[in-house]
Write a protein that binds this ligand. Sequence first.
Ligand SMILES: Nc1ncnc2c1ncn2[C@@H]1O[C@H](COP(=O)(O)OP(=O)(O)OP(=O)(O)O)[C@@H](O)[C@H]1O
Ligand SMILES: [Mg+2]
Length: 228
Amino acid sequence: MSAPVLECHDLTRHHPGGVQALRGVSLRVWPGDFVAVVGPSGSGKSTLLQLIGALDRPTAGEVVLAGRDLARLSDRALSRLRAETIGFVFQQFHLSPLMTACDNVAEGLLYSGVRHGERRRRAAAALARLGLEDRLHHRPQALSGGERQRVAIARALMGEPAVILADEPTGNLDSVNGQLVVEILRELTADGTAVVVVTHDHELAARMGRRIELRDGLVVHEAGSGRQ
Ligand SMILES: Nc1ncnc2c1ncn2[C@@H]1O[C@H](COP(=O)(O)OP(=O)(O)OP(=O)(O)O)[C@@H](O)[C@H]1O
Ligand SMILES: [Mg+2]
């Protein structure tokens, strides 16, 4: 069996003011895993995603991403590893309203050193992969919510990440589009990409390979194997 692409050991995250957002979470994710993180509001789901996505540092504990111990990396090295390894997808899409779908997606490689023309070519290919080849020149306000989220997923794919982290990616979508987005994320696991999705939606979580339930900053339940 291959090595995990992501490992956390006994992660804690305390915020100023005494909030213990995570109180000792351990987790292993392998290439191709499709993992749902569920739990009530305030249970630490987004905090966990930010720690494993190297957007935040833990109070204690260890995150090993693609074989690298994040605590040993400078902020600069962390940024580079993040850009090379992680694709983020958020509930609010975070698309620039002034740019076309193609340019929004091309932004996913802005700091990669890839030249503008090549970025746009790859962006068009990523959009076509998600069925948006006839939406390249639309701005976000001319797209439906489901289309916007597919644009955001295309942007997340541009760096060919080993891990996609999605925080409530269906939170602003109706159930049909929500299911479509989950199916797209599932398809990404076929080539070995690991996908971790935070969701409030237990029906969607039930369609994913593995479920991890958080409560008060602790894993209280785990089910499934992750493999599709
Ligand atoms: N920057 C911060 N400063 C202080 N407390 C924080 C900070 N970020 C999160 N918290 C607290 O940490 C706890 C966990 O928050 P987190 O956002 O991880 O929860 P969540 O499970 O994602 O909730 P939701 O489902 O509402 O998004 C909460 O009590 C929250 O108020
Ligand atoms: Mg959250």
